[in-house]
Design a protein around this ligand. Structure first.
Ligand code: SAM
Length: 664
């Protein structure tokens, strides 16, 4: 191509970049300076200034210029910066970066491409670029920390190794998606030692990021599991075996060691790796009993709705003998709380309270979740009818705003988003404020009943917001829900006084520290991370895991419960490491664990989470996520083979929820 034609094409190409919104002058200048034709094969030189990706060797591509410019601009670079690029490819993007910053490090997994790019960059005089062949998902620790990192291939999640190699304030630009057809460009900013902020910059389509913390290439097919780089697994399982504290049986195991590791903690968070495994409930019940008896814990708060748990609370404190009109645990998934294991525990708690004869100080049972919008409304109106009939009339009117959507509150969320005048936000906020203003007057009658009413009012306010936020993306609604659970927990602690101590039962995904998992890299918080921030080391976080067995779960939301077989845990997961330790059940101390092992268990690996829904057919994609176990939990409890909970609800054909727990 003659030089004039090339320069006019180049000018058109720069105009196009500006037209598409690239504004950073240094980026435009760098794009103008670097000869893209030198980075594509001779046969493609003519197309070098077309705004399209082009093929290079090893089946890879040189990215579309607009995307290179967009990613470079998104890195918010300064001349003094040191940056890391993952996916050198032709070396073009590295050359562009090298015109803007002080030093560029770039990693390519294909040796041939890495060598070619190194030679090319050096012969073109880009001497502030270092090229290495290797797996970029692990970063380049020797040159870390970096002011910015750009990944030019799409991974299933954000590699933890990369976020950890950013300076505070550093930016990571990376395409992330569960499939190659659905990738979103993300900017992750490391805002503090442990916190990141995630922004979505739009849909993109990149070649796969293949490596230990990316996709795994198994015989040419992409698989999700990105194994952490660890000691050979067998050696690690052996280490686990030597550190594990064996559990011969749930009822007989001596909990003395665990109780001393828990020490003076104010909060003990007991997770679960599914919502339907008997052993998890039984072990949590056993630990809870000891914490109440030996350490004087004041209440149990669980991942259930407030009004349902309130029925249990009445039962265990014997403040009401009969169930109310409201059905208890009648909402899907009933088996999560209406099961034999929970029933046994609440019977024990009632017995304990009766024996201890502590009256108002009896150990309570509370719900943290927010799915009970309408039963909470009914509970508030019922309360006000007894203490203040005028206020009850106001409540009926204000909450009436939500009445039309009772069958499907999610539809309310959608409609309120599009037709703002329909939003009930002001009404639900006003109701909560009204109750708070009357705090002294109302709680003088009965502090516990006021706590119940105000907790329901807070739930209604947050649930209203939750349903509106469902359409803003899963991160926002997840965060609202976990923030609500945490706020409810904190208000319970306040209610019980400055020395109060609580036990929480919820899924691992709520109670393990989200910052140590891929949830954190998506910007999600949870009860565990909030407890860590607020209560530090006085919160003791315990996770649970299993290898195989059966579990109670549904195939879809709202579908009937089934007893499903759990697929044996996948290689490269924490579960497989624990299984290979060869013990049936054990405690694995992590906060107080052996240093080397704890360090190895910090390396990101897969972890399984089964929820209310279990889809073994797509197990890896649906149920595994990346975590750093010893940062996520203070202790891990393992049951190699587990069985489904004994459901008492409709699944058992007994119609139990109507009277649960009173009818037991
Ligand atoms: N920036 C390149 C350029 O300007 O030519 C284009 C990169 S191409 C879209 C993505 C590159 O990422 C491919 O060359 C691929 O081999 C590489 N890659 C994929 N996974 C990688 C990994 N884990 N580490 C390093 N490189 C990787």
């Amino acid at each position: 191509m003659d030089t004039d034609l090339r320069s006019s094409k180049k000018q058109a190409f720069l105009d196009l970049l500006k037209k598409r919104g690239i504004q950073d002058k240094r980026v435009l200048e760098a794009m103008a300076t670097v000869p893209r034709e030198a980075f594509v094969g001779l046969d493609l030189a003519e197309l070098a200034y077309d705004d399209s990706p082009l093929p290079i060797e090893n089946g890879q591509t040189i990215s579309q210029p607009y995307i290179v410019a967009l990613m470079t601009e998104a890195m918010q670079l300064r001349p003094s910066d040191t940056v890391l690029e993952i996916g050198t490819g032709s070396g073009y993007a590295a050359a562009v970066l090298s015109r803007i910053v002080k030093q560029v490090y770039t990693i390519e997994r294909h040796r041939g491409l890495a060598e070619q790019a190194r030679e090319r960059l050096s012969s073109l005089g880009y001497d502030n670029v270092s090229v290495r062949c290797g797996d970029g998902t692990l970063g380049w620790p020797e040159h870390a920390p970096f002011d910015a990192i750009v990944v030019t291939a799409g991974g299933p999640s954000v590699p933890l190794s990369l976020t950890r190699q950013l300076v505070i304030g550093g930016r990571l630009i990376i395409p992330v998606g569960q499939s190659l057809h659905d990738q979103k460009l993300q900017r992750i900013t490391r805002v503090s030692e442990d916190d990141i902020r995630t922004e979505e910059l739009g849909g993109v389509r990149f070649v796969p990021l293949i490596g230990e913390e990316g996709w795994r290439d198994v015989e040419g097919r992409l698989n999700r599991p990105p194994p952490g780089k660890v000691e050979p697994a067998a050696a690690l399982s052996e280490q686990i075996r030597s550190q594990a504290i064996h559990i011969p049986s749930i009822e007989s195991v001596d909990l003395g060691g665990l109780l001393s590791r828990i020490g003076d903690s104010r909060l003990v968070l007991l997770g679960e790796a599914s919502h339907g495994t008997a052993e998890f409930y039984e072990m949590r019940a056993r630990i809870t009993r000891e914490l109440i008896e030996k350490k004087g814990f004041h209440f149990v708060a669980v991942e259930a709705d407030w009004p349902d748990a309130a029925q249990i609370d009445h039962f265990v404190r014997e403040t009401r003998k009969e169930p109310t009109q409201e059905l208890t645990f009648s909402r899907f998934p009933t088996w999560m709380w209406a099961n034999r294991q929970v029933a046994n525990f609440v019977q024990w708690l009632r017995h304990h309270n009766r024996q201890a004869d502590t009256g108002d100080q009896a150990v309570g049972f509370f719900g943290l979740d927010l799915y009970s919008l309408y039963s909470s409304i009914n509970a508030i109106i019922g309360y006000l009818e007894q203490v203040d009939t005028e206020a009850a009339a106001v409540a009926r009117e204000r909450y009436g705003c939500l009445t039309p959507w009772e069958k499907d509150p999610a539809t309310y969320g959608r409609v309120a988003l599009t037709r703002q005048q329909l939003s009930c936000e002001q009404d639900v906020v006003a109701m909560l404020n009204m109750l708070m203003q009357k705090r002294l007057e109302y709680s003088a009658h009965d502090g516990r009943r006021f706590l119940d009413a105000v907790s329901n009012a807070r739930l209604v306010k947050n649930a209203e917001h939750f349903y509106r936020s469902m359409y803003d993306g899963s991160v926002k609604s997840w965060n609202l829900r976990d923030q609500h659970m945490f706020d409810t927990l904190e208000s319970l602690l306040d209610f019980h006084g400055p020395d109060s101590k609580a036990i929480v039962w919820a899924h691992n995904s709520h109670l393990g520290n989200a910052e140590a998992t891929e949830m954190g890299s998506r910007g999600e918080i949870n009860v565990g991370s909030l407890c860590r921030q607020r209560f530090g080391e006085t919160a003791y976080l315990i996770g649970f895991g299993t290898h195989q067995g059966t579990v109670a779960a549904a195939s879809d939301w709202g579908a009937p419960m089934e007893v499903k077989n759990i697929v044996p845990s996948t290689p490269d997961s924490y579960e497989r490491l624990c299984h290979d330790a060869g013990l049936n059940a054990f405690f694995l101390p992590l906060r107080h664990g052996e240093k080397n092992l704890v360090k190895e268990l910090q390396r990101p690996r897969l972890e399984r989470a089964i929820g209310v829904i279990y889809r073994p057919e797509t197990e890896i994609a649906s149920h595994y996520f990346i975590a750093s176990l010893s940062r996520q939990f203070d202790e891990y409890i393992w049951f190699d083979k587990t069985r489904a909970v004994d459901a008492l609800g409709p699944e058992a054909g007994k119609g139990m929820p109507e009277t649960f727990p009173f009818g037991l």
